[in-house]
Design a binder for this molecule. Structure first.
Ligand code: FES
Length: 95
């Protein structure tokens, strides 16, 4: 969402970033799932997709593929399909 939201509109809100999610030594389960499914995107899309997936799984632990695609739809990647990303979110949901 950081690409879609003016910084001033986040004033007073909690802001999570990929840098605060996991580490190389101890990645977040969603980060592990994206690596396992080769769901690689550019440096703009990948953080947005991972954080969108984390947010989705917090509210919907077992999402349908349609719910996953809807959650990722705010990331406007023009490069690839979202097949591996959807698979990664599905894998993370199974943990
Ligand atoms: S991977 Fe980022 S624009 Fe496509």
């Amino acid at each position: 969402m950081n690409c879609l939201l003016l910084a001033g509109r986040a004033d007073g809100a909690r802001v999570d970033t990929l840098a605060g999610l996991g580490t190389h030594a101890d990645p977040h389960p969603v980060q592990e799932a994206f690596m396992a499914e080769y769901a690689f995107q550019c440096g703009f899309c990948l953080p947005g997709m991972i954080l969108s997936a984390v947010t989705l799984l917090e509210s919907t632990p077992s999402p349908s593929d349609a719910e996953i695609r809807d959650a990722l739809s705010g990331n406007l990647c023009r490069c690839t399909g979202y097949v591996n990303a959807v698979r990664a979110v599905r894998r993370a949901a199974g943990r």
